[in-house]
Ligand binder design. Structure first.
Ligand SMILES: [Zn+2]
Length: 267
């Protein structure tokens, strides 16, 4: 079964030092690609280096997460431009707004997000987006004149069907994590998944976070090899065969991020 994990945080302390084992298990589990998330300049450079070392299997995103937005300054555009123009960087982000934890000031979050929205248009790349408890301002910034038509995915979506519809109407796709396997916290998402068109869905682990609850044997961290359990739950909720959900989501991610994957038999 071919799967693409669009969100893995290799730079976190939980995954550091395990990269080659994680990638070996990912290949064994049938993944055809993994996207390494960049959340700061440093982690974006790390993601790009990994993508270059694992060409055709790992791809990178580059951007500033809302949690790190206090460190953003307009002069960052120059050093990020060097990353955004690299072919291995397939999306701008992780960027967006997080008004739940407010680790950076809301004003700085808006500035960093707004700059990255414009960069996505300038560099003609899709966005890897984070939106938590900030829908109205997120919508306002995305639809501002000068931003243009956006493409991308709202990663780790946890909201309701109506919220999903609003993102879809903005031209954005929806990323589903192991949150969908959480019977306590995931009720709204589980309902939403039933109605979101399959052609707008992407699968991700958001490793090392959000280990699927339907997975019996768990490590201390989540990893791309566990992605099939997210696909499994989406398939159950949609009443579709697992293989179909996997195949269609893989097509969606390959197309949105223009992933030039190298299949093992072609190496
Ligand atoms: Zn996020």
């Amino acid at each position: 079964m071919d799967l693409i994990d669009i969100g893995v945080n290799f730079h976190t302390s939980q995954l550091a030092g395990h990269t080659s084992d994680i990638l070996a298990r990912a290949r064994e589990a049938g993944l055809v690609s993994v996207m390494a998330t960049g959340t700061s300049h440093k982690s974006s450079v790390q993601a790009l280096h990994l993508a270059r070392a694992e060409r055709g299997f790992v791809f990178a995103t580059a951007g500033v997460h809302p949690h790190s937005a206090d460190n953003w300054s307009p002069s960052d555009l120059e050093r990020f431009a060097l990353l955004w123009e690299s072919p291995e960087v397939v999306a701008i982000g992780e960027c967006g707004l997080d008004y739940n934890r407010n680790f950076s000031s809301r004003e700085n979050q808006r500035k960093a997000f707004s700059a990255q929205l414009r960069a996505a248009a300038a560099f003609k790349k899709p966005l890897f987006l984070h939106c938590r408890d900030a829908f109205e301002e997120f919508h306002a910034l995305v639809t501002e004149p000068g931003v243009g038509a956006v493409r991308g995915v709202v990663h780790c979506f946890t909201g309701t069907y109506d919220e999903a519809l609003a993102f879809l109407a903005m031209g954005l796709d929806i990323g589903i994590t192991g949150w969908v396997t959480d019977l306590n916290r995931g009720g709204a998402l589980r309902e939403a998944v039933k109605g979101i068109p399959l052609e707008r869905l992407h699968l991700e682990t958001d490793a090392p976070y959000l280990s699927p609850k339907n997975l019996k044997r768990r490590r201390t961290y989540n990893e791309p090899a566990n992605l099939r359990w997210v696909a499994h739950e989406v398939a159950l909720l949609k009443g579709l065969p697992l293989e179909e959900v996997a195949r269609r989501c893989t097509e969606n991610s390959g197309r949105l991020f223009s992933l030039k994957t190298t299949r093992p038999e072609m190496r």
